[in-house]
Design a protein around this ligand. Sequence first.
Ligand code: ARG
Length: 562
Amino acid sequence: MSDKKQVAAALAQALPEMDVKEIEAKIERPKDSSNGDYAFPTFFLAKTLHKAPQMIASELVEKVNQDGFEKVVVAGPYINFFLDKAQVGAKILQTILTDPEHYGELDLGHQANVTIDYSSPNIAKPMGMGHLRSTMIGEAVARILEKVNYNLIRIDYLGDWGTQFGKLMAAYEMWGDEAEVKKDPINTLLKYYVRINNEADEHPEYTEAGRNWFAKLEHGDEEAWRLWHWFREVSLERFQRVYKMLDVNFDSFNGEAFSAQKMEEPIQLLRDKNLLKSSRGAEIVDLDEYNLPPLLIIKSNGTTTYITRDLATALFRKRMYGHAKSLYVVGAEQETYFKQLRAALKEMGFNWWNQIEHISFGLMNLNGKKMSTRKGNVVSLEDVLNDSIDLARKQIEEKNPDLKNADEVAKEVGVGAVIFHDLKNYRRNAVNFKLEDVVKFEGETGPYVQYARARAESILRKGGIRDFSNVDLTMAGAEAWELISFLGQYSEAIKRAAVNYDPSVIAKYALEVAKKFNQYYAHTRILEDNEAQPARLALTQAVSDVLKSALDLLDIKAPDEM
Ligand code: ARG
């Protein structure tokens, strides 16, 4: 229970006619701590009770449950609450230490299913830094929602269908060399793809050829399908390497191609509801009423579109998973698109249209430059991660030359640094990525948090106690109140992060725990041999546990030594 809830509960006894939630909303935090940790103003009761606030306060205070408070006193129209910090702190520590893995968990989801569509890179294009954002935000959101008891279904909706596939096949037909592709699949395919895109302006027939290949694919042409399988397989292998580095695992890789086979249903439904209109040979859904551009469902050449596949996908997912929410972690440039998708489902009569939620995010700039995949000036995610690991290794070698598993730790720190940097600001903000700022042991970085936890672990190794069940935890409570009460706010942070699909709440929380612990460490000799030592070690253990848990929610490893 948070402190504020404790105050509300104490007041609830005295105010049976009021709802606890209402009471909680009225509780204030006095600016001056000499007025207590919390204050309850009574002005608002004056009208109903026909009494002066001062009077109400002095009557109420008699009925308040004083357990867990050092004192509860009247100050004019206010009731001021002074927490019994030793007791409250001990309770927080005890809760953490009894079951660290589950600390902070809540039941908001009651095990309801949530599908989350994230990462979703496109085959035969490299997975760029843009997809990093979707992958990391998606994974963190999934972990946060699991922590509040939703059941997550992770879907990598591969972009394995569409005209760009036709383009790639056309390029392969013109310049393809099987042996070359086999030797270095992704780079070779990328080379073809980049070339056809670069030359398409001068050679409109390339675009046409691409369209034709795609039509072949849609009509089940054998050669087209053989190429499709091959391209998909080699691309997926490459993506899997990145997912492995990031420790991200999907439940499904059903992508656009899978949905492309299921398009009769949405098209038929749109027709039955009279929602399809023809417009210059194409078939569209008018969304004027929503102030949205029309949806192109079938192009004039008869091929279906990206959004038609997404409609089929949505129907399939609802039927397959019976989800309570269906989340899509996709860049902010697709905001209108997802509004259209929701509007179309609403028009089709599905009352679950609003379960579809777009978790949008801002651009990632590399050293101030935008990143694009179409013309090939792409930074591969794998390269960035490897650079980050190298830089982490260098710094670790300087700091701790004797570290045994230095390679493993360098990986955990290098990858963690990139992830943390991505997640530490609200997702809709743009991210500027500069490696030197990302892999730093000081400042608002992942390594800073990991290092604080490794320091806690090192203290604990020296301290030698790991079982705190017989320790008087009240000893730590008063002297480290700032830190302990903040540890007590973990589940509130988790709730905020879950409700807003916002991992930055957890990242900022972890930073703050690390900062507060470092301050505590600077002022307190934790290992000094005195009667407070066991309680101080218990606090150190609780810090380590909470940091590990928070890092885990962000999909970042917590090395014990670094
Ligand atoms: N493949 C798309 C891209 O790279 C993202 C797909 C998002 N998911 C979806 N169901 N539309 O932009």
